[in-house]
Write a protein that binds this ligand. Structure first.
Ligand code: SF4
Length: 263
């Protein structure tokens, strides 16, 4: 961008620097201040931590109103600084060397006498963290359904939605209080309208998706009766075991498959 739009000369106006790809407000302020092109506030992650302690802020720094307060504070400091370069450099260094996340070195800190958190005994509790929502966990039970010819029944998920178009062993989510074998029987009946006998557990695998985790229990099942009629899948087939790896499966099902075809 600098080569194309600024004839190879790095811009010197704040708005132009800020508009460059990958350069946020704090980086733009640091570049210009350290280049002697003005006095701009900075607020990178380290500086946020320093300010949250200097002001002893008891709310998460990710909160927009708190972030605005921190920018105001940074602006006030830079406006009052005789040497904005040294101020911003000092703030960044302080956050990187002494006012660190764990074990802040308050006894060595040159701004200790200005620090409200130090006065209140709260540096370890600042900045306040937002409690992360727990990642949902689902318990899944599936059946590897065998027919009398030694083939396995698999179904294909519809093209749209999570894991769309991938093949899988039929099954689903365990209901509260339900035995895993009953989950397999119920889900297979609901999904394919067939009856199976649930036999031994093959394996249990864990897998993490972006927004949830699963524990998947896979059982050997014997096909008993009914014509497979998929309710949620868009295809199904009986397939010989050696052919299974040729199909595309989701990761958790692949882990089950590895148990089935291991030497
Ligand atoms: S006194 Fe401690 S908490 Fe306060 S700015 Fe210095 S190192 Fe950080």
């Amino acid at each position: 961008v600098v080569a194309d739009q600024y004839q190879g000369q790095f811009p010197t106006q704040f708005n132009d620097v800020h508009a460059l790809p990958g350069i946020g407000r704090s980086t733009a302020g640091a570049i210009l201040t350290f280049s002697g092109l003005g006095a701009y506030p900075i607020l990178d992650g380290n500086v946020k931590r320093v300010f949250s302690r200097l002001l002893d802020i008891d709310q998460p720094v990710t909160k927009p109103s708190v972030e605005a307060q921190l920018w105001d504070f940074s602006q006030q400091l830079v406006d009052a600084a005789a040497d904005p370069y040294s101020l911003n450099q000092g703030l960044m260094e302080l956050g990187a060397t002494l006012c660190i996340q764990s074990k802040p070195q308050c006894l060595l800190c040159p701004v200790q006498s200005h620090c409200q958190a130090f006065r209140n005994g709260t540096p370890h509790r600042r900045p306040v963290k937002v409690a992360k929502a727990p990642i949902p966990h689902k318990t899944i039970a599936v059946g590897v359904i065998w027919n009398d010819q030694g083939q396995v029944l698999v179904q294909r998920r519809p093209p749209e939605g999570l894991l769309g178009g991938l093949w899988e062993f039929p099954g689903g989510k365990q209901e509260p209080g339900e035995a895993l074998e009953d989950t397999v029987r119920r889900e297979i009946h609901e999904e394919l309208d067939i009856h199976v006998q649930v036999n031994d557990l093959i394996t249990t695998v864990n897998h993490a998706y972006t927004h949830f985790k699963i524990t998947l229990h896979a059982y050997h099942c014997q096909y008993l009766s009914g014509t497979p009629t998929p309710m949620a899948a868009d295809a199904w087939q009986w397939i010989d075991l050696p052919q299974l790896p040729k199909l595309s499966f989701p990761t958790a099902n692949k882990k089950v498959l590895a148990y089935l075809i291991r030497p």
